[in-house]
Design a protein around this ligand. Structure first.
Ligand SMILES: O=C[C@H](O)COP(=O)(O)O
Length: 257
């Protein structure tokens, strides 16, 4: 099974540190058996100014580069915004939509998330659609919240008949920026239900369900096949930690082979 491993650098690094991190990760990707053998699909989301140099640094690797946000229109008088059309023109493959921090700090609501998801798909980008409940509770409640968010996020793309493969990043909001991820059994239960929902819709074929929220080395080995991969934040800041996660992909492949 191929594991999808995404990293968002959020706004943690300055420009030079972003370039140094990308160069280190590109060097790992060039030689690591998980990446070379296709066991791991890696995507990296730096800040906007980091995109062109990151695309250059990863050019001779299979690592995909994407953005952390986009605007819902493709062109026009929208000071300060960046369109999906421009991201695609640059060579981006992914774009993150609906992260809890954008909802909480920038007032993005379901309508905005749906418009941005549609803009991503319309421009040939894979939305990394962040879903997750606000407070810790039962798996049933978490699944219900995520399915409602998924439905709402895809509404505008459905209306435009532009639905396609997405990466769902299941991120319980209470586990983001925490010391530990959610309980692996809990993660597996929610990701399993999200997988069932995706499988029920042929138009979403090729979609992935990955887990984010204080994910780091060790989690993937525990999750096994319960999720399609991880969406990493702080615990991928050290490239060596990311390499350990890729080692886990190799070990898991060995187990399932
Ligand atoms: O974008 C990544 C997620 O929000 C997780 O971040 P974190 O691992 O630093 O909690």
């Amino acid at each position: 099974m191929t594991r999808t491993i995404g990293v968002s650098l959020k706004m943690y690094f300055g420009h030079q540190r972003t370039l140094d991190w990308c160069a280190d990760v590109a060097e790992i990707a060039r030689r690591h058996p998980a990446v070379r053998g296709g066991g791991a699909e890696l995507f990296v989301l730096p800040s906007f100014p980091g995109l062109p140099p990151a695309l250059d640094l990863f050019r001779d690797t299979p690592v995909e580069v994407g953005a952390q946000d986009l605007f819902w229109e493709d062109h026009g008088a929208y000071t300060g915004e960046v369109s999906g059309a421009e991201l695609r023109e640059l060579g981006c493959r992914h774009v993150e939509v609906g992260h809890a921090e954008r909802r909480r700090l920038f007032g993005e609501d379901d309508r905005v998330v749906a418009a941005k998801t549609a803009a991503a798909l319309r421009n040939g980008l894979i939305p990394v659609l962040c879903l997750g409940e606000e407070r810790a509770g039962s798996t049933t409640d978490a699944v219900r919240t995520c399915l409602e968010q998924l439905d709402s996020a895809l509404a505008a793309a459905r209306a435009a008949d532009r639905v396609g493969a997405v990466v769902i990043a299941y991120e319980p909001q209470w586990a983001i920026g925490a010391a530990e991820p959610a309980d692996p059994e809990f993660i597996g239960a929610v990701c399993g239900e999200l997988r069932n929902a995706l499988d029920a819709e042929p138009v979403l074929a090729g979609s992935r369900v990955i887990y984010g929220g204080s994910a780091g080395p060790g989690l993937l080995s525990t999750l096994g096949d319960a999720a399609d991969g991880l969406f990493l934040g702080r615990f991928a800041h050290d490239p060596a930690a990311l390499e350990r996660i890729l080692d886990e992909v190799v070990a898991l492949d060995g187990v399932s082979a």
